[in-house]
Design a protein around this ligand. Structure first.
Ligand SMILES: Nc1ncnc2c1ncn2[C@@H]1O[C@H](COP(=O)(O)OP(=O)(O)OP(=O)(O)O)[C@@H](O)[C@H]1O
Ligand SMILES: [Mg+2]
Length: 382
């Protein structure tokens, strides 16, 4: 029914691409629920439409032009078609449950609306960087079988005063005409609290325009906002998002799952999983992924069938140091930090092996001597 109403809206507004987009979506839905005949009849009609609309036969492709910023001519929305990720998608159980609730609510919007209890399809994801917010939005789009329209907040906030509101209007017009999940990523850039010291007037106008645009959208249009700066979001914005999922750094069981999936079949047989899980406390999923990719790359380039367990730990240690704001510019700095961090895992011999230097050079480094300067992976000296 919601597609039929949108097709009607499109027809009444003489907006053929909107009608076409939603007819394509209706065909997709009918096909998925086993009503192939009807789906074919719709597609057949669409195929006979003027050529500009031919794309809409497949509801997952869109015909509406992507909005752009007039000044820079850059697109303000990126369209992607994420594929469902069965493996490698891990969420804390409460977040996973909340997400499924949201999916079910969106999918059954009409039924809920008929009973008078539909809540608008708005989801706010917030939490520290690298904890899976953008990934969750992608997963959501693929579960709903809708394209993901990611708003590029950087292009959106045009340098031209007053242009931003116009850009916003175009983005939301697009969202209304195109079946999609509208993702306002890095939402804080747009919705920082009024009263932010930077150009208060302009920000205030943006927030007001944003709220008006969100309010004007039909309730079933899916809008997801993601931010890692939840404190900065205006309370009036919070209220517009009845579904909220907080993200946090992964707990031990989630970290274990992340290490397992991300090391894939490169996980070394001798790996101490407990140690890895324990050592990565406070580390985000994004960092775990980075460490795994680096360790796997090293293994592949060295012709090894599996990653080296101490190398994984070394990469993790360096990532943690960086995370805490300590850069390790030299090998000496790395070696000293690793010894201090996990002396039992990084024996002189292991360090010598990893850095391809002698144990003597390692102990010199630890004593703070400069004897090993200039040695490293590439130019070893013994
Ligand atoms: N819980 C998780 N399960 C699986 N992968 C994860 C998880 N958390 C993070 N990742 C991985 O980390 C990477 C970064 O995640 P994502 O981009 O979703 O983070 P984010 O929360 O959007 O971060 P930011 O706030 O910096 O935008 C992704 O490639 C994803 O594979
Ligand atoms: Mg993100």
């Amino acid at each position: 029914m919601s597609e039929v109403l949108k097709i009607l809206d499109g027809a009444l507004k003489a907006n053929a691409s909107m009608a076409g987009n939603y007819a394509g979506l209706l065909a997709d839905k009918l096909e998925r629920s086993g009503e192939r005949e009807d789906a074919l009849r719709i597609r057949d009609r669409l195929a006979r439409a003027p050529s500009a609309m031919a794309f809409a036969q497949d509801g997952s492709r869109m015909t509406t032009a992507v909005p752009t910023d007039t000044e820079s001519r850059l697109d303000t929305v990126d369209i992607s078609y994420p594929a469902l990720q069965a493996e490698g998608f891990h969420l804390p159980s409460a977040a996973a449950k909340r997400l499924q609730e949201f999916v079910a609510t969106v999918a059954n919007y009409d039924r809920l609306a008929a009973a008078g209890i539909a809540s608008v399809s708005r989801l706010l994801l917030y939490g520290p960087p690298g904890t899976g917010k953008t990934m969750t939005a992608r997963q959501l789009a693929s579960e709903l079988a809708l394209p993901l329209a990611t708003v590029r907040c950087d292009t959106l906030i045009s340098s031209l005063l007053g242009q931003t509101s116009r850009n916003l209007r175009r983005v939301f017009d697009f969202a209304e005409q195109t079946p999609s999940v509208l993702l306002l990523d890095e939402f804080d850039a747009l919705a920082s609290a009024r009263g932010n010291e930077r150009d208060v007037g302009e920000l205030q106008r943006i927030v007001i325009a944003l709220l008006q645009n969100i309010d004007a959208l039909p309730g079933h249009t899916v809008v997801v906002a993601a931010t890692n700066f939840a404190q900065g979001i205006d309370p009036a914005v919070w209220r517009r998002f009845p579904f909220q999922i907080p993200f946090s750094m992964p707990d031990a069981s989630l970290r274990r799952a992340l290490w397992k999936t991300m090391l894939r079949n490169f996980a070394p047989a001798s790996l101490h999983w407990d140690e890895l899980v324990h050592s990565s406390e406070g580390v985000s999923g994004a960092i775990i992924e980075q460490v795994c990719n680096d360790a796997i790359r090293t293994a592949i380039l060295a012709g090894q069938p599996e990653a080296d367990p101490t190398e994984i730990l070394r990469r993790l240690g360096i990532a943690i140091s960086l995370m805490n704001g300590h850069h390790l510019p030299s090998i000496e700095d790395e070696v000293r930090w690793l010894r201090q961090w996990r002396s039992e895992a990084f024996s002189l011999r292991e360090l010598a092996r990893l850095y391809e230097v002698s144990t003597r050079q390692i102990s010199n480094m630890l004593r703070g001597q400069n004897a090993a300067k200039g040695t490293g992976k590439k130019n070893r000296s013994g």
